[in-house]
Design a protein around this ligand. Structure first.
Ligand SMILES: [Zn+2]
Length: 324
């Protein structure tokens, strides 16, 4: 009986994912293989015919062998249908999954939620921080960098006055579901070294992805304070544009879209290094979709923000787009 429901669900999927084939190996009984649409996007939408996208209703799980680490092509069956079936089928899908006995998204939660928490000593910066002799140093540091209570709130900025991260403001990063996936602790005192401290994790995420709108111009900036200065920016946490980030940009912006990727390097960046990164971008996106903002009278966006807030940033962006 269950086979009927499974076939019906597979038909719905193949409407958007194309043909599928059941796994013939004993070990993978009950798995079905489709061509992965995310992998296809890497070659202008042409399926690679490798059938790397594997789906199992019994395990309530799907993943693409090839690209799951950077494309989010993994998760629960419900998530798969959410991504690849039309809205009008939703009620039918929910019923079919229920008949099949596919459970709720427990497995997905296990996989997607990173096991990371803020340092125990983390305190949120608030207006009250100003009333404490030591806490106000953190507050003032942030204000001196041009931020206001608005940014403190939006970016959930806090600090540690004890523990491993003592003497640092702490900036959390959240994924698109709002789960913590990283944080950076920046020293506010000259004698607290190194300047930046962060958990040693594989940096295969987009910092504060929850704020990224993939359908509009995306700014790649160097540091977190540059990130605060302009909306829709991704801090590289350095100068390198990682393979992972390139792939995320490629998968998340619509294929054939004209969404621009704009780099904003500090004005003291090594020219050769910058060329190298721009060439990488051009290889993925083509010259027409990439652009660079060259800073002249300020060191970086953080500097500009400190000088004149959002209006200074807008001025720089406008001038740089007009000068083409
Ligand atoms: Zn794939």
């Amino acid at each position: 009986m269950a086979k009927i429901y499974e076939d019906e669900l597979l038909n719905i999927l193949s409407f958007s994912l194309g043909n599928y084939s059941p796994s013939h190996s004993q070990e993978h009984a009950g798995w079905y293989a489709f061509n992965c649409p995310a992998c296809a996007q890497e070659q202008a939408g042409i399926p690679d015919n490798k059938y790397n996208l594997n789906v199992s209703f019994q395990n309530n799980y799907y993943h693409c062998w090839k690209c799951k680490e950077y494309s989010n092509m993994k998760g629960s069956i419900k998530n798969l249908f959410y991504k690849f079936s039309s809205k009008k089928n939703q009620n039918k899908i929910v019923d079919l999954l229920k008949y099949l006995g596919v459970k709720e998204d427990e497995k997905e939660k296990q996989i997607e939620t990173p096991n990371l928490t803020l340092p125990l000593e983390f305190k949120k910066l608030t207006l009250n921080s100003r009333n404490n002799a030591e806490h106000k140093n953190y507050y003032n540091y942030v204000l001196n960098r041009g931020l206001t209570d608005k940014e403190i709130e939006r970016y959930d900025i806090g600090f540690c006055s004890e523990g491993k991260y003592k003497g640092r403001i702490v900036v959390p990063s959240y994924d698109k579901e709002g789960n913590l996936n990283y944080y950076i602790a920046r020293s506010i005192y000259k004698d607290v070294k190194p300047t930046y401290l962060a958990p040693s994790l594989k940096k295969d995420f987009v910092f504060n992805e929850r704020y990224i709108n993939w359908d509009s111009t995306i700014y790649l900036v160097e540091g977190i304070f540059d990130h605060f200065a302009i909306y829709n920016s991704i801090p590289l946490l350095g100068k390198q544009i990682s393979e992972n980030l390139l792939k995320k940009l490629l998968h998340n912006t619509l294929p054939f879209s004209d969404v621009k990727i704009v780099t904003v390097y500090d004005n003291d960046v090594n020219v050769i290094e910058k060329r190298k990164q721009m060439t990488k971008l051009a290889t993925f996106f083509g010259e027409s979709r990439i652009k660079e903002i060259n800073l002249t009278d300020v060191k970086d966006f953080s500097d500009a923000f400190q000088l004149g807030g959002y209006s200074k940033i807008t001025e720089i962006v406008k001038n740089s787009f007009n000068n083409e």
